[in-house]
Design a protein around this ligand. Structure first.
Ligand code: FAD
Ligand code: UDP
Length: 380
């Protein structure tokens, strides 16, 4: 009945479904355990009439023209540049930490001196990961690195990951570098925009194909099983490709133990005011149990006498109880993941793709790029 079965209707699953259905006229079944499509990028209009991102703030940005062109077939865009401030000593200042931030937190003469030191050691426009800046031998830069590490990274990272920054892969904190310049935007990519009608509408358009059948509210294990190296779909042997975008440990019943993920409790609040804060997101590295507060009206402007905010409280992931938002990028976790990766490679039919299945910190654009690449590899 189906040539390809895809587990998960997030970006990874939707893009691959679309490719098989439209390029090869294949019959594709997409199985999703939630009651909606779009995975963690799901958005919906809430009771205040505001478009909210149910699983945390999602801002699209990419340097990849192919990804941009591909997605543009399924949506129009509203140009949007995300800006974030971090609350340092009671004052909201721009991050990524840049020359403007220095002028807000240091006296002018010190800011001048640090700016000179940065320009002596790095290129204008360079993004310097905090762990790299900390290795600097220049005493001025050492001072700056210690300040930024303590005020912005150390306590936020401990909250977010339950680990100090040196215990997790350097690429994680490098996502928010020290920026040698005056650009206050959270991302510098060439393309930065929001899908006009939201991410759910975008994914709906990607899946809108006569060859794609979508099954919501269904866990993969309710309709499929793996036995003696064979895959069964409703008791019939299935010989097609199985694209799996869920957790690999779940696929194999945790046989090598549970992989560590980090969860977040997303607490939405209605504020009976027109506006709550000035930027879309304020990070709270040093106070409270939440990491950041996002006001969705500042992302999707709408007239309303109320506003919806989201506070994110990082949590230990407990299977079956909360959502595995982030793989945890420690050496031990990577080693544990490799056991599952070796196991899945014994099944040439099963292709693990996605943030959960590949245990990678994919942003939306990385995910679309990866899904397009996987399709090209398979279809060769
Ligand atoms: P998902 O979106 O997680 O989709 C996987 C789907 O598979 C889920 O719907 C799940 O229910 C389903 N599934 C899993 N197991 C099963 C099963 N056994 N049976 C059936 N269905 C199953 N990216 C950006 O570019 N910009 C951002 O600002 C940004 N912000 C983020 C903020 C947060 C808090 C988080 C967690 C992520 C953010 N991302 C952002 C990343 C973005 O969410 C991911 O890149 C994207 O969701 C990855 O797509 P995916 O298809 O791999 O995973
Ligand atoms: N980070 C931090 N302080 C901040 C912002 C980010 O320490 O104010 C670190 C933290 O470890 C975080 C990582 O940088 O997990 C990546 O931040 P990003 O905003 O990209 O996280 P995401 O939006 O993916 O949760």
């Amino acid at each position: 009945m189906f040539d390809v079965v895809i587990i998960g209707a997030g970006f990874a699953g939707a893009v691959l479904a679309e490719r098989f259905a439209s390029k090869e006229n294949k019959k594709v079944l997409v199985v999703e355990r939630r009651n909606h499509i779009a995975g963690n990028c799901y958005d919906e209009v809430d009771e205040n009439g505001i478009l909210i991102h149910k699983y945390g703030p999602h801002l699209f940005h990419t340097d990849d023209e192919n990804v941009w062109k591909y997605l543009s077939k399924f949506t129009d865009w509203i140009v949007y540049h995300h800006r974030v401030k971090a609350m340092i000593d009671g004052q909201p200042v721009p991050i990524p930490f840049n020359f403007n931030t220095m002028r807000e937190v240091f006296p002018q003469s010190l800011a001048d001196r640090l700016e000179t030191a940065l320009l002596k050691n790095f290129e204008y426009g360079q993004k310097v990961p905090i762990l790299e800046l900390k290795k600097s031998s220049d005493p001025d830069l050492q001072f700056l690195a210690d300040y930024v590490y303590e005020k912005i990274f150390l306590h936020y990272t401990e909250k977010q990951w339950g680990q100090t920054p040196d215990k997790i892969a350097g690429a994680v904190t490098a996502r928010v570098p020290v920026f040698v310049g005056r650009d206050d935007r959270y991302f510098n990519d060439r393309f930065q925009a929001l899908p006009t009608r939201g991410y759910t509408a975008l994914v709906k358009n990607i899946l809108d194909n006569k060859n794609i059948k979508l099954l919501l509210n269904t866990d993969f294990k309710e309709i499929m099983r793996i036995e003696d190296g064979k895959i069964f779909l409703l008791d019939t042997k299935f010989d097609g490709k199985l694209i799996y975008t869920g957790q690999l440990d779940e696929l194999f019943d945790m046989k090598f133990g549970a992989l560590p993920y980090r969860s977040v409790e997303m607490k939405f609040e209605t504020i009976k005011e027109e506006h709550f804060q000035e930027p879309a997101t304020i990070n709270y590295p040093n106070n409270y149990d939440f990491t950041r507060v996002t006001e969705f009206k500042n992302i999707h402007p709408v007239k309303s006498d109320r506003t919806t905010i989201l506070k994110e409280f990082p949590q230990t992931y407990i299977p079956g109880e909360n959502v595995p938002y982030y793989p945890i990028f420690t050496d031990e976790a990577k080693a544990a993941y490799e056991k599952y990766a070796a196991e899945v490679s014994k099944y040439p039919q099963i292709i693990p793709v996605g943030r959960l299945a590949e245990y990678r910190y994919y942003d939306m654009d990385d995910m679309v790029k990866r899904a397009l690449e996987v399709y090209e590899e398979i279809s060769k």
